[in-house]
Write a protein that binds this ligand. Structure first.
Ligand SMILES: Nc1ncnc2c1ncn2[C@@H]1O[C@H](COP(=O)(O)OP(=O)(O)OP(=O)(O)O)[C@@H](O)[C@H]1O
Ligand SMILES: [Mg+2]
Length: 459
């Protein structure tokens, strides 16, 4: 967690500000002058500084300059008495985020701090998106269908034409969108992904187009929308079918004219954005049901790109499985026996590549066979369907917390429970009454669990 540093020579102000900010849940550090403050910045993770302009030893303006030249990520709010208001104004010109006048008003202080914090957060989020954008995996596959997909991706990367990516869950729609961006002339620009299904209907417009401070109840500060953030880059509208009709109308206009307004603002903004959309729904069906605008569909569907399911290209499964296994091998080369591979290739994989990837990850944690056998694969596939149920006798027992951490919550919980039961049972020499007592459960309950996990005495 990052903290707020308060640099002020008046002890009274330091402790008041500390109390107020701590009440609001921030962590607060204190310094009585500039050099001490700068020293703290070298050691601690701070993302906001409240800086008095009038300071002994080193003036506030010099402290501000020092902060701004060494720490790009830190925002500074300047605090000034009435007499030094000119200094505060020049501080803002030098890059301070805001200034507050003394005597301090609690409201003014908390608003300024909150605004600065949301800017810091937004910036971190953008940096994160940028980072993920450069780590795009190759789109693997030896099947003719995947050759076609790659060719289409390369061709569409050459233009700014809108692409509509369709395909079942986990078929690589997002990966394809990132790849198009990476191969395009916009690759230096941002790749901004918006999951339209994850954003509540009431917030989607502000998310896409931004808002002005106060334009609605939660709009505490001015905020840029994704259309603005994606300037000179690619905007990926994921799960596009899950957007409300009113948001669809706004998106239609925005992508047609590349012009839009922030919520609560009259000013029309322009953005140079390439739009890629994706959905796992059948948009023609959505149109027939009146849930999707036909005109938006035609705008988005300039280049249709369909990601085929694994079932349609079983010849890709072996390659994908090997690559995913290598990624988790940690140096130790592992292979998959021919018979085991045959089982993988014949499997249905309703969750497609994502499911295959998770499955291989799980196996590489749970088994230490150097060449994965058909028995192991069949054993682990057995529990699939409603989540990977845990089979009675696992081929191998994970023994590190780190291994549990690689599992899904439901699996980790089950695995922990099973090992916990085994541990206590062994300790109590399989005396159910004693074990149940040690665990704080009823013996009948313990019996049920033993049955569920297929534990046998002596295990
Ligand atoms: N052809 C491929 N080669 C290598 N990895 C792939 C391939 N296709 C998908 N993946 C991997 O599978 C996972 C799922 O891919 P992605 O998130 O792009 O799918 P999606 O179609 O967007 O899924 P959803 O419909 O659930 O949103 C990712 O980890 C991705 O890297
Ligand atoms: Mg996706």
């Amino acid at each position: 967690m990052s903290s707020i540093l308060v640099i002020d020579d008046e002890p009274g102000i330091r402790s008041t500000v500390k109390d107020i900010l701590e009440d609001e849940g921030y962590q607060v550090l204190l310094a009585e002058d500039g050099p001490i403050g700068l020293d703290i910045l070298q050691r601690e993770s701070v993302d906001l500084v409240l800086l008095d302009v009038w300071l002994p030893r080193m003036g506030g303006i010099d402290v501000l300059k020092a902060i701004k030249s060494s720490y790009v990520g830190i925002e500074v709010i300047v605090v000034s008495g009435h007499a030094s208001i000119d200094l505060a104004v020049s501080a803002v010109k030098l890059g301070a985020f805001d200034f507050i006048e003394k005597p301090l008003s609690i409201d003014r202080l908390s608003t300024a701090v909150r605004n600065a914090q949301s800017l810091v957060k937004l910036r971190a989020e953008n940096a994160r998106l940028k980072r993920t954008a450069v780590e795009v995996d190759d789109i693997l596959g030896v099947s003719p269908l995947m050759h076609e997909v790659r060719t289409l991706i390369e061709q569409s990367a050459k233009s700014d034409a809108r692409v509509l990516i369709t395909g079942d869950n986990g078929t690589g729609k997002e990966l394809a969108a990132r790849r198009i961006h990476e191969l395009s002339e916009r690759s230096e620009g941002p790749f901004i992904a918006v999951n339209c299904a994850a954003i509540p209907e009431t917030l989607i417009e502000s998310e896409l187009f931004g808002h002005e401070k106060g334009s609605f109840t939660d709009a505490v500060s001015r905020r840029k929308g994704k259309f603005e953030l994606a300037h000179r880059g690619t905007l990926f509208l994921d799960e596009i079918a899950d957007m409300s009709l009113s948001a669809q109308a706004k998106v239609l206009r925005a992508i047609q004219e590349l012009r839009f307004e922030r919520l609560g603002s009259e000013e029309t903004l322009e953005s140079d954005v390439r739009v890629i959309a994706a959905t796992n729904k059948d948009l023609r069906e959505e149109i027939a049901q009146g849930r999707f605008r036909e005109d938006l569909y035609f705008r988005l569907n300039v280049i249709p790109l369909r990601m085929p399911s694994l079932r349609e290209r079983r010849e890709d499964i072996a390659l994908l499985a090997r690559v995913f296994l290598d990624k988790h091998a940690n140096g130790a080369a592992r292979s998959i026996e021919a018979e085991a591979m045959a089982i993988l290739s014949a499997h249905e994989w309703p969750g497609n590549v994502r499911e295959l990837k998770n499955f291989i990850e799980r196996i590489s944690v749970m088994s230490d066979e150097s060449s994965l056998s058909a028995t192991t694969i069949a054993h682990f596939l057995n529990g699939m369907g409603g989540g990977y149920g845990y089979a009675a006798e696992p081929a191998h027992e994970p023994c590190e917390l780190g291994e549990l951490l690689a599992l899904r919550l439901s699996e980790a919980r089950e695995e922990f429970e099973r090992r916990y039961l085994l541990h206590i049972l062994r300790k109590m020499q399989y005396n159910i009454a004693k074990a149940a007592e040690a665990m704080g459960v009823y013996p009948s309950n313990l019996h049920a669990k033993i049955k569920k996990f297929g534990i046998e005495a002596g295990e």
